[in-house]
Ligand binder design. Structure first.
Ligand SMILES: Cc1cc2nc3c(=O)[nH]c(=O)nc-3n(C[C@H](O)[C@H](O)[C@H](O)COP(=O)(O)O)c2cc1C
Ligand code: SF4
Length: 417
């Protein structure tokens, strides 16, 4: 079965003028916000809950539960945070939404603000995303001038406004608690969880933090209703899903499909492996993801089918490698990435990512030592179990996946099967 392509989240991308609020208004813009104002916060949260939307930032948390918990949390000050840090290697879907349909995200954040009872939102936009930040900032100002943001959103009497903050230039700043620290002007290091952001987020106050793609679904859920939205895609992972395809693929780009399609569907959509080459592997889910090969082509890209195989959708990035690529070289580079990006706060990750990188450097230089493969597996287990945050917990994922997928580099298997 071919992938069911959709055109919801990307419908305005490349069509609407991202700098024109009137163009956005002419294309259904702000109708969802208007509807949410009229229907009230309980209705909105009920729709988001009924949509059964799981967060698209990688952790798959139910959006409705997050919003309802923050709405119910005591206290007058609450925050909405848009996680637009998108630093996962191979991921660029959020960038497309930010650059090409920024008003939709402003509208979604305003709906979130009114629903959870927050007067202030922050958009934390990756430092390198200059165009995205400029367009989003301009969209905020235009929306404010039209009364979609400000002291009384659309005359509702409820305030909500958005401030843009730029990312600190580190992969870890996308992790929600590190993001809060960075947003507050501190070093972007993760905090211990619990407490979770729903009770102690930005400025240690109840906070809804959502990924850009997750947030982009909100106006659609409000417009079509949560039950109708939940009919899209697979029952346990509803809705449209964006995938960023790159590497040795004929037509790299961002693709929107209904959840439940396979890797084969995605590759076909993007024209297949480029230049008549064959698929060696695809890194699915970014640096924190794992390798899929031709044996995985027909498995639905769903949490329940991927997780038992040690695979993940992550943030929806798919990097394709043809048969000419030295996959151990790729794996070494991934290990270098984690060693570079570890914030250094906890020992398993700080030391583990370094040792992991050194072993892979030895292995790819033909200098491996007896016990290296076993040590890689042990390091992986310790980092996964004992690291404070998701970076350390997933830093060995691709490495362990490579060990289970590719023949060991020359000279390694001899003394270290
Ligand atoms: C190391 C690391 C980096 C992350 N980077 C991002 C990111 O760039 N964008 C994002 O939305 N979530 C990122 N996350 C996930 C966030 O911590 C959080 O789960 C997400 O913002 C929640 O939004 P969602 O429920 O809409 O997915 C990252 C997590 C980890 C552990
Ligand atoms: S797991 Fe790594 S990135 Fe996360 S807090 Fe520990 S050292 Fe920092």
């Amino acid at each position: 079965m071919a992938a069911q392509t959709l055109n919801l989240l990307l419908a305005r991308c490349g069509v609407v003028d991202p700098d024109s609020i009137t163009d956005y208004e002419a294309r259904d813009g702000f109708t969802a916000l208007r509807h949410a104002v009229e229907a009230g916060p309980e209705w909105t949260i009920d729709q988001v809950t009924r949509s059964r939307l799981l967060g698209r930032g990688g952790a798959l948390f139910p959006m409705g539960r997050k919003w309802a918990t923050v709405r119910a949390a005591p206290g007058a000050r609450k925050y909405v945070v848009l996680n637009a840090d998108e630093s996962e290697p191979g991921a660029f879907k959020d960038r497309k939404l930010l650059e090409e349909d920024p008003f939709a995200l402003v509208e979604a954040m305003a709906i979130a603000g009114l629903a959870i009872g927050s007067a202030q939102g922050y958009a934390y936009i990756r430092g390198e995303y200059a165009l995205a930040a400029r367009r989003f900032q301009a969209a905020v100002e235009a929306a404010r001038a039209r009364g979609y943001l400000g002291a009384s959103v659309l005359g509702s009497g409820q305030p909500f406004d958005i401030e843009v903050r730029r990312g600190g230039g580190a992969y870890i700043c996308g992790e929600e608690t590190a993001l809060f620290n960075s947003l507050e002007g501190r070093r972007g290091e993760p905090r211990m969880k619990p407490p979770f952001p729903v009770t102690s987020g930005a400025f240690y106050l109840p906070t809804v933090i959502n990924n850009v793609e997750t947030m982009a679904n909100v106006p659609h859920i409000v417009r079509m209703g949560g039950d109708a939205y939940a009919q899209i895609g697979a029952p346990a992972f509803t809705g449209p899903k964006l995938f960023s395809l790159s590497g040795h693929i004929a037509r790299p780009g961002v693709y929107e499909v209904a959840t439940g399609g396979t890797l084969r569907d995605l590759l076909d959509l993007a024209g297949g492996v480029a230049g008549g080459h064959s698929l060696q592997a695809a890194l699915v889910g970014g640096a924190a993801g794992a390798f899929m090969t031709s044996s995985h082509l027909d498995i639905p890209l769903l949490p329940e089918t991927l997780a038992p195989l040690g695979l993940t959708i992550g943030a929806g990035s798919v990097v394709v490698f043809n048969e000419t690529v030295d996959m151990w070289n790729v794996t070494r580079q991934l290990a270098e990435f984690f060693a570079e990006e570890s914030c250094g706060q906890c020992v398993p990750c700080r030391v583990g990512t370094q040792r992991q990188m050194e072993i892979l450097e030895r292995m790819t230089a033909g200098e491996s030592r007896p016990g290296d493969v076993a040590l890689l597996r042990e390091l992986g287990a310790v980092m996964t179990d004992a690291s404070i945050c998701g970076l350390g917990q997933t830093a060995s994922s691709a490495v362990l996946s490579a060990l289970n997928t590719f023949p060991l580099p020359a000279g390694v298997g001899g003394h270290d099967a």
